[in-house]
Write a protein that binds this ligand. Structure first.
Ligand code: GLA
Length: 705
């Protein structure tokens, strides 16, 4: 079988380095400022010893562990690196196996290690199962990566396979994640861990509800306090367990969800579970985000994402060549760099009543009624206007009314004897079937070969269901998705792929390893978006966060927000525009062009993202970027309440002795970084949906003005 499930490849910019030492039976994984230590016990178990600030292995004291009572036995009392199901293990285990005789006891013991580019620790069970634990260090960004490979020497069924378990030696921790739904993704949640918490997806996609990570903290703020963060690189069913153990510690486990999972391994097969990215900092959530953003960026092409125009909110399914050309002219006029035709260009994908969402998906031929001469006239026009051309597809799906479904009704997930499920009028294609994989790969290959396309928006607008008898489909579907995207990118280098799943349903480090851009939510209300961006930013890099300016009143909130606020909100991510530009006034078109131009000028300074204030404690919302060359401050006042007051903004991420030039209240100032970070500037906005953006340029040679 030899499945390679995701992130065993090194990051693109080679951040990996050694930082690993072994002293006797103690293993140390060191980043620049942190250490992760575990050692071998007399029972042959791997015992976790430390994850926090940097230490030397020679100082490690291995305190004895006692079986506290006949109910607290050594397998449970020991904080194990990778415990198996069986014996006296009652807290969460990582691996559960069923042998061919129905036996399920596992007794994994240390069986040696290898030290190469990564540390690989071998565990063995005498009944014919081996596990390799991989540890890799990304030293300069304080990140470690862990993953496991399970080897079967006899036929077994894997019933649960987590990627890693972590132990934090405190019991008073807060857990941060997000909660949400379609249109309300990434709403930040914080809860004290007092028992066991499970955050999961059972939908076949990463989902809109929770995200596959855990951030644990002790009395931390944005700039202080111990924080541990762990994120799983997998875009399907995931499970994160956070458990306060009865022994005064907190256990965290991340992996593929074991719900409805069974992976059959024959003798000689192996299974590689997705990687977990982990980081620790004593400096609060801002520092945690910097490490994880650095990791995310290391997976990405470094060039900034182009300013995008997308036609979805302007036209819905009513796409025509002429209307798209008209939009393209306006998009170029305001400075867009990329023009994306969204849903509706293919098959019989028409607006109601002549079609609708039950037809078209699967029929990836250009609709001759809408594009009599194919896509070429539109693409040529877009290129002549100086923009890249992009296109929307939803390759994992098929509509019941399509030619594809008529030809291959057996290509969808469904259980024999039952009516297949539709959601949004569509079925999910069974990506585990080789002909389906070949069809999608070839379809995209042909589309990109026949047309000059630089950007593909890959959507997925429903969860999986009725996956049939194969309980391994949950991971094989995701593996096939990754493989197809990688293969198409290999055949068409340079094409950027955006991940979208009804908005932000497929955002995780597994997706970021193959996709280049994320659509974060279909909710394009500029105020709601500030919360969505904030939740997203805890773990994922803003450079992969796509945000659009759209028309008002917003289709979801029915709110009418000022154009400037809408632009500033979208400019905090990768700027996109989704307005019906053909209906926009000349004045708004001119203003939009100015905002786009300003964004393009600010973009080089927009590198490190800082969440400056907790929105609940201040009427203002503050987002700042820093970079070696300067900083950008976005200030939002959604609603003027109880009169108006200014707010003091202390910046972050500046060079204390560097000098920065900026304009405030129509005056130019130059101040040192320590002044801006310690004293800060007073900003005063008035009115509802007021916003401003302030640019700070590093000008070390200039004196104070
Ligand atoms: C989803 C996406 C939207 C748009 C539509 C098209 O809802 O999130 O951005 O592409 O599909 O059907």
């Amino acid at each position: 079988m030899g499945t390679l499930l995701s992130e065993a490849r090194p990051p693109a910019n080679s951040l990996a380095s050694m930082g690993i030492d072994v002293a006797g039976s103690t293993f140390g994984i060191h980043t620049e400022t942190t250490s992760y230590v575990f050692g071998l016990t007399g029972e042959g178990l791997l015992r976790h010893l430390h994850w926090g600030g940097r230490i030397e292995l020679c100082d490690v004291i291995v305190e004895p562990l006692w079986e506290l009572s006949t109910n607290d036995l050594i397998q449970d009392v020991t904080p194990q690196e990778y415990p198996g199901h069986g014996r006296f293990r009652y807290n969460e285990h990582c691996l559960a196996i069923m042998f061919s005789d129905g036996g399920r006891e596992l007794d994994l013991r240390y069986a040696g290690h290898d030290l190469g580019a990564a540390l690989v620790v071998h565990l063995r069970d005498d009944r014919g199962v081996r596990v390799d634990l991989h540890y890799e260090v990304l030293e300069s960004i304080d990140v470690i990566r862990r993953w496991v490979v399970v080897y079967a020497d006899v036929p077994v069924s894997v019933q649960a396979v987590a990627s890693a378990q972590f132990h934090i030696p405190y019991r008073d921790l807060d857990l941060r994640n997000v909660a949400g739904r379609w249109g309300a993704e990434f709403q930040e949640i914080v809860q004290p861990v007092t028992s066991k918490v499970v955050l999961e997806s059972r939908r076949g996609i990463s989902n809109h509800h929770h995200n596959p990570y855990a951030v644990l903290s002790r009395q931390a703020t944005e700039t202080s306090g111990q924080v541990w963060g762990m994120a799983l690189a997998f875009s399907g069913n995931t499970k994160t367990v956070v458990e306060q153990t009865q022994y005064g510690q907190t256990l965290v486990q991340l992996g593929i969800n074991d719900a409805d999972l069974a992976i059959a391994l024959n003798a000689g097969d192996s299974f590689t579970a997705p990687a977990v990215v982990a980081t620790y900092t004593p400096h609060g959530f801002d520092a945690l985000s910097q490490n994880l953003h650095d990791y995310g960026r290391s997976l990405m092409e470094p060039t900034p994402r182009p300013v995008l125009y997308n036609s979805w909110e302007a036209t819905n399914f009513a796409v025509t060549c002429d209307a798209q050309i008209a939009l393209a002219h306006r998009a170029a006029q305001i400075g867009a760099e990329l023009f994306v035709v969204d849903d509706g260009w293919f098959g019989r994908r028409n607006p109601e009543p002549t079609g609708g969402i039950t037809d078209g998906l699967g029929d990836w031929w250009v609709d001759p009624a809408k594009f009599p001469d194919g896509l070429t006239p539109l693409i040529d026009e877009v290129h002549q206007l100086g923009m890249t051309f992009g296109i929307w597809v939803e390759p994992e799906m098929v509509n019941p009314g399509s030619d594809l479904y008529a030809a291959h009704p057996d290509w969808i997930y469904h259980e024999q004897g039952r009516e297949p499920d539709t959601a949004r009028g569509q079925y999910v294609l069974n990506l585990t079937l080789a002909p389906v994989q070949e069809f999608i790969t070839q379809m995209l290959d042909d589309l990109l070969a026949e047309n000059v396309i630089g950007y593909v928006k890959w959507d997925a607008n429903r969860p999986m269901s009725q996956v049939g008898a194969g309980r391994d489909v949950w991971y094989r579907h995701v593996q096939a998705l990754y493989d197809i995207v990688r293969e198409v990118k290999r055949r068409h280098p340079g094409v950027l792929f955006e991940a979208c799943a009804s908005g932000g349903g497929r955002i995780d480090f597994g997706a970021l390893n193959v996709f280049d851009d994320f659509w974060t939510s279909d909710n394009t209300d500029a105020l709601d978006r500030l919360d969505i961006h904030r939740g997203y930013s805890l773990v994922y890099p803003p450079q992969a966060m796509r945000a659009w300016v759209t028309d008002v009143p917003n289709f979801l909130s029915q709110r009418s927000i000022a154009l400037t606020f809408r632009f500033h909100s979208a400019m905090t991510g990768s700027l996109g525009i989704g307005c019906d530009l053909t209906a926009m006034s000349d004045e708004d078109l001119r203003a939009s062009a100015k905002h786009v131009q300003q964004y393009e000028q600010l973009r080089p300074l927009m590198q490190r993202w800082h969440r400056l204030e907790n929105p609940s404690s201040n009427d203002y919302r503050l987002i700042q970027y820093s970079s070696p060359a300067g900083a950008v401050l976005f200030v939002f006042l959604p609603a003027s309440r109880l009169g108006h007051t200014s707010t003091t903004v202390r910046l972050r991420g500046l060079e204390p002795t560097g000098r920065y030039r900026f304009e405030l209240d129509w005056q130019t100032h130059v101040a040192r970084g320590d002044y801006l970070m310690n004293r800060g500037v007073r900003v005063w906005l008035q009115g509802d949906y007021a916003s401003t953006v302030i640019r700070f340029d590093r000008v070390d040679d200039e004196g104070a003005v």
